[in-house]
Design a protein around this ligand. Structure first.
Ligand code: FES
Ligand code: FE2
Length: 539
C-alpha cells in the first residue's frame, strides 16, 4: 500500500502524512495477500480528518466539448487538465472503496458479531470481503497508472504551450522564469525528466545531407587563394569539385573527376583558363566543356559544373537542383572593420555539430581555458537575448553579438575592453571590436570545410606586420582544437545513437533555433522558422 500511496500522493499533491497515517495501515501478508492490521476509529473525528480528502466534486459534468475537433495547444492543455482532474477524483473514489471495505472487515471481526454469527458465515463474509479488497487494490493500481500517464501528458502539453509562449516573447522578456543554471539543484534524469523541446533529436547514424540544404549560395573559398593558375579542390555535399579561373579571370566550379577515366582533375594544372587532366591531357573550361582531347578526335564531352560567382572576396557556388537565388548574400563585416585574417580549415566533424559549437558561448569558460577565455569567471547565469523570431542577438553577461545566418554561417562581434575581462559591458559600450565570420560548408561525410574571416575596427597597422597572418592562424587553430576534441567525442557518441540535443537549457537558445530551422528545412516546411526579421529587412 505504501508503495502505492507515496507516488500517488505526490502525483495528486496530497500530503504523504494522510496516506502514512497509522490509522490506515495495510500491509501485504506472507502470501502476498492484503491483510488489514488497523483501521481508523477510536475516538478520532474521522469526518473532519477524511472528509476533505473525499469531498471532491465529480468532474465528469465538466468535460471540455472538443470531440471530433482539431485542438490547438491551449485547448489540448485544457483537455489534459480535465483528464488529471478526473484521474484524481477516480483515485480518491478507489481509496474510499478500500476504506469502506476496511470498515466492513472490522464489522465482521467485531467480537460482538461473533455472538450472533456462526464461524462459517463469518468465514464466508471475510472471504468475500478479501476478494472485494483485492479487486479494489487492483483498481487503485490502474488508477495510479492512469494518473501517471495523464501527468506525463499534462507536462508535455504544458511544454508545448510554454514553447509557444516563449516564441511570442519579446527581447526584453527573455527567460525571466528560467532558474539560474549554476545555482539550481534540480537533478536532470534524462531518462525520465521532461525537457524542453524533447522532439529535438539529433542522433546517429549520420544521415545523408537533405537535398533542400543544397539550395543555397555557399561561399567555398577566399578570392585571394585563387590565382590564374591555381586550383582549389573542395568537397561539397559529398561530391568532389574543383575551382579555377577561366580565361576571363572569372571563377568556375566543375566536377573534380575527368570524363575519360575518372582521374582527379586537381592533380593536373590550369593553363589559359582550362583545367588539364594529368592522365591523358583532356582540357575543360569553367563551364565543364571539354575543349581538347590530345591524340584523338575531339568528341562532344562535358563534365558537371555548378553556378559559380565571386563576391566581396569570396567564391560562391550553388550546389542545389533548384534555380539559383537571384542574389548572393553579403557577409562583409560592418563598416569601419578591416579584414586581418582569412583562414580555411578542413575539419573532421559534421557541419551541424560545428555550428552547434560555434553558436554556443556558455562553454567558453570551461573549454577555452588555455586561449581566449583563460581566467574568465563562470557567470551565475548566461543568457542569449534575441527577438522571438530571430536568429541573432547578444550574450549576457558577455559583450558579444551573434547571429546564425542560414544555411551555415555564424557572424559574431566581440567587444574588447580589457583582454580577459569581458563581463559587465555590452558590445556597443566597448571601444574596440573583433568581428568573426565562420562558414561551415557541408563537405563530405562527417567533414566540414571551415572558412574563417577575422576583422578588427582598430589597430590597422597589425595588417602590415610580417607573419601576423601565421600568428592569427595559430591562435585560431588553438581555439578550434579546444573545441574539436569535445565535438569529435560528441560525434562519436552521436554515430552510436546518442542524442546530442538531449537536454537543452536556456543558454542553448541559438543552437536550438538553428536545429529547429534545419529540422523544418529537412522536413520540407515551406515557411521556415525564425526568418521573419531577415525578410522584413529585405522588404
Ligand atoms: S583520365 Fe583524364 S584524360 Fe584520361
Ligand atoms: Fe568554442
Amino acid at each position: 500500500m505504501n508503495a502505492f500511496a507515496i507516488p500517488t500522493a505526490t502525483a495528486l499533491s496530497l500530503p504523504h502524512s494522510i496516506f502514512k497515517s497509522p490509522r490506515l495501515e495495510v500491509r501485504k501478508g506472507a502470501k502476498g495477500k492484503f491483510r488489514v492490521f488497523a483501521v481508523f476509529g477510536g475516538g478520532v473525528d474521522k469526518k473532519n480528518l477524511w472528509g476533505a480528502l473525499f469531498d471532491v466534486e465529480d468532474p465528469r459534468s465538466k468535460v471540455p466539448q472538443y470531440k471530433g475537433k482539431f485542438l490547438d495547444a491551449c485547448q489540448a492543455l485544457e483537455v489534459a487538465r480535465y483528464d488529471i482532474q478526473y484521474c484524481d477524483w477516480r483515485a480518491r473514489q478507489d481509496v474510499l472503496t478500500i476504506m469502506l471495505l476496511h470498515e466492513k472487515v472490522v464489522e465482521v471481526l467485531n467480537p460482538l458479531a461473533r455472538d450472533y454469527k456462526s464461524i462459517g458465515t463469518m468465514k464466508k463474509e471475510l472471504a468475500e470481503l478479501q476478494e472485494e479488497l483485492s479487486q479494489a487494490h487492483r483498481q487503485v493500481h490502474i488508477s495510479e497508472a492512469r494518473v501517471s500517464a495523464t501527468l506525463d501528458k499534462l507536462a508535455y502539453m504544458e511544454e508545448l504551450v510554454n514553447d509557444r509562449l516563449l516564441q511570442d516573447r519579446s527581447v526584453t522578456e527573455v527567460d525571466q522564469t528560467s532558474p539560474p543554471p549554476s545555482t539550481s539543484t534540480q537533478s536532470v534524469d534524462v531518462g525520465k525528466r521532461r525537457i524542453p523541446r524533447k522532439n529535438l533529436d539529433v542522433s546517429g547514424p549520420v544521415q545523408p545531407y537533405p537535398p533542400r540544404l543544397k539550395n543555397f549560395w555557399y561561399p567555398v573559398a577566399f578570392s585571394t587563394d585563387l590565382n590564374d593558375d591555381t586550383m582549389i579542390p573542395i568537397e561539397c555535399f559529398e561530391e568532389p569539385w574543383v575551382i579555377f579561373r577561366g580565361k576571363d579571370g572569372k571563377p568556375g566550379c566543375v566536377q573534380n573527376t575527368c570524363a575519360h577515366r575518372a582521374c582527379p582533375l586537381h592533380l593536373g594544372s590550369v593553363n589559359e583558363g582550362r583545367i588539364h587532366c594529368p592522365y591523358h591531357g583532356w582540357e575543360y573550361t569553367t563551364d565543364g566543356k571539354c575543349e581538347k582531347m590530345p591524340s584523338t578526335r575531339l568528341l562532344s564531352v562535358r563534365i558537371k559544373s555548378l553556378p559559380c560567382f565571386e563576391q566581396e572576396g569570396m567564391i560562391w557556388i550553388w550546389p542545389g537542383n533548384d534555380p539559383p537565388a537571384a542574389t548572393i548574400p553579403s557577409l562583409l563585416p560592418p563598416s569601419g572593420f578591416e579584414v586581418h585574417a582569412q583562414i580555411v580549415m578542413e575539419l573532421p566533424v559534421e557541419h551541424g555539430l560545428l555550428l552547434d559549437n560555434l553558436l554556443d558561448l556558455a562553454h567558453a569558460p570551461f573549454t577555452h581555458t588555455s586561449t581566449f577565455a583563460k581566467g574568465w569567471s563562470v557567470p551565475s547565469l548566461v543568457k542569449f537575448l534575441t527577438p522571438s523570431s530571430g536568429l541573432q542577438g547578444y550574450w549576457d553577461p558577455y559583450p558579444i553579438d551573434m547571429e546564425f545566418r542560414p544555411p551555415c554561417m555564424v557572424l559574431s562581434t566581440i567587444g574588447i575592453s580589457k583582454p580577459g575581462k569581458l563581463e559587465g559591458q555590452n558590445t556597443k559600450q566597448c571601444a574596440t571590436h573583433l568581428h568573426q565570420l565562420h562558414v561551415c560548408l557541408p563537405s563530405s561525410k562527417q567533414k566540414t570545410r571551415l572558412l574563417y574571416r577575422m576583422s578588427l575596427d582598430f589597430a590597422p597597422v597589425l595588417k602590415h606586420i610580417p607573419f601576423m597572418h601565421h600568428l592569427w592562424r595559430h591562435f585560431a587553430q588553438q581555439v578550434l582544437n579546444e573545441d574539436l576534441r569535445l565535438v569529435l567525442g560528441q560525434q562519436e557518441r552521436m554515430i552510436n545513437g546518442a542524442n546530442v540535443w538531449n537536454a537543452p537549457v536556456s543558454y542553448d537558445k541559438l543552437g536550438v533555433r538553428y536545429r529547429l530551422w534545419r529540422d523544418a528545412l529537412e522536413r520540407g516546411v515551406k515557411q521556415l522558422p525564425f526568418q521573419q526579421i531577415e525578410r522584413n529587412e529585405e522588404d
